[in-house]
Design a protein around this ligand. Structure first.
Ligand code: PMP
Length: 447
């Protein structure tokens, strides 16, 4: 074990990790990033196939973002965002309003995705109180959804692995069956299945709208829920439903925003505008923690009153609007302005589709799915009956282990091997990842 690993393991406690696993699996202290590669303390290079938990857009060490952070550090690193402001925070908010769907005109910053989700829930809740509808207190969310790990975000999430332990701490949420197309009938299209599942959401909203503040969901891909996907028609119908029944619509674009699904934001594919949109992860190109909630001017106005009305949104995080993070955000959005990123990504998307094909007939692959730059390959014990491998068999981590020996950081979600690479990945590197995934799956499904 390297000395850095030893030092780490004697003082640190890592996220989403049973620390005892590091008795078997090595910890990888990374010392450098170089485009699509990460380099560990032994000099090994790994393709970052999952964009470091989906945050990295343009590779590690992208020079424009690095310079922007350096320059901002020379001027002002941070200032309290209550009563004060800063230049990059203003500039980034202007840019966010300009690039998000029309109607989202107000920006509230937070410092991670979970915090942004909390903000959107609290804003919706308080909006109804402020306008004299205090009975609208509940939230509807999708089964298999994920919105982060703070208590409110977990309450509206539905991934048992993260949620179950904390059940007694959480508030009740109305769960609608997911449109996750993995469960469609044989021969049924994504479109038809998503529509069919929408009818169940409709029934819930008809029943609960009077007590419901908002519906929250991840548009198009339930990422932490094993990269399950659905058709945009679900979002189009949902927008109409929310308008019909006067319920807010919150889109959690934290993972799928900034081009992952092929469009800049996933909701564009359904041609709808949510009432709240949460963004984070890619917003700084993967450099610094930052999140934002965008909402409508009409919602902002419901909070705008004399202080004594106590209608203000008094939510606060110390690092709200951090100048360094916002500078990284501005530099990231400048790259989108200056380069045809989405156009260029079409090549990446096509290449992913091409390498995906070979997996379809694999005897232990039950589903191959793709939305934009996200490709997921689901290993399965029985592809006919869709019987899953027992989670205790840890098939995914076997793929992970194999990939590390081949120079790839490919970290499956349970039995789902997926690629969500930085956009700078080359076609050759995608081919390499596909070979690594193929061999890894073959090793993992043995015995
Ligand atoms: N929502 C979604 C859809 C996410 O994928 C994540 C993070 N994986 C979050 C919220 C939470 O973001 P964070 O980890 O920054 O708190």
């Amino acid at each position: 074990m390297s000395s850095l690993s030893q030092r780490d393991l004697s003082v640190l406690w890592h996220p989403c990790t049973q620390m005892k696993e590091h008795e078997i699996y090595p910890l990888l202290p990374m010392v450098k990033g170089d485009g699509v590669y990460l380099i560990d303390d032994q000099g090994n290079r790994y393709i970052d196939a999952i964009s470091s938990w989906w945050v990295n857009l343009f590779g590690h060490g992208r020079v424009e973002i690095k310079r922007a952070v350096q320059q901002q550090a020379e001027e002002l690193e941070h200032v309290i965002f209550s009563g004060c402001s800063n230049i990059p925070a203003i500039e980034l908010a202007e840019k966010l309003v300009a690039i998000t769907p029309k109607g989202l005109d107000r920006v509230f910053y937070a410092d991670c995705g979970s915090a942004a989700v909390e903000v959107s829930l609290k804003m919706s809740f308080q909006y109804w109180k402020n306008i004299g509808r205090p009975e609208k207190q509940k939230f509807i969310a999708l089964s298999n959804g994920y919105h982060g790990e703070t208590v409110g975000a977990l309450s509206v999430g539905d991934v048992a692995l993260y949620k179950e332990t904390y059940g007694p701490m959480l508030f009740d949420t109305i769960m609608a069956p997911s449109p996750d197309c993995f469960y469609r009938e044989q021969g049924e299209s994504w479109y038809d299945y998503s529509l069919r599942q929408f009818e169940k959401m409709r029934s819930l909203v008809e029943k609960h709208h009077h007590e419901t503040a908002a519906i929250i969901l991840e548009p198009l891909i339930q990422c932490a829920g094993n990269m399950r996907m659905y058709h945009p028609v679900y979002l189009t119908k949902l927008r109409d439903l929310c308008d019909e029944f006067n319920v807010h619509l919150i889109f959690d674009e934290i993972a799928v925003g900034f081009g992952r699904t092929g469009t800049l934001f996933a909701c564009e594919q359904a041609n709808v505008v949510p009432d709240f949109m949460c963004v984070s992860k890619g917003i700084t190109g993967g450099f610094l923690p930052l999140a934002a909630v965008l909402t409508r001017e009409s919602i902002y106005e419901a909070f705008y009153d004399d202080y004594s009305s106590l209608k203000g949104f008094l939510h606060s995080h110390s690092y709200t609007g951090n100048a360094l993070a916002c500078a990284a955000g501005v530099a990231t959005l400048n790259i989108f302005e200056q380069e045809p990123i989405l156009e260029n990504n079409k090549k990446l998307i096509n290449k992913l589709s091409e390498v995906a094909e070979q997996f379809v007939d694999h005897p232990f692959v039950g589903d191959v799915r793709q939305t934009g730059t996200v490709l997921a390959i689901e290993m399965m014990k029985d592809k006919k009956t869709k019987e899953a491998f027992d989670w205790r068999e840890r098939r995914g981590i076997r793929v992970y282990q194999h990939a590390l020996t081949q120079g790839a950081l490919l970290r499956p979600l349970a039995n789902v091997v997926y690629m969500m690479p930085p956009y700078v990945i080359t076609e050759e590197e995608i081919e390499l990842l596909a070979r690594v995934a193929w061999d890894g799956i073959n090793k993992a499904v043995k015995d």
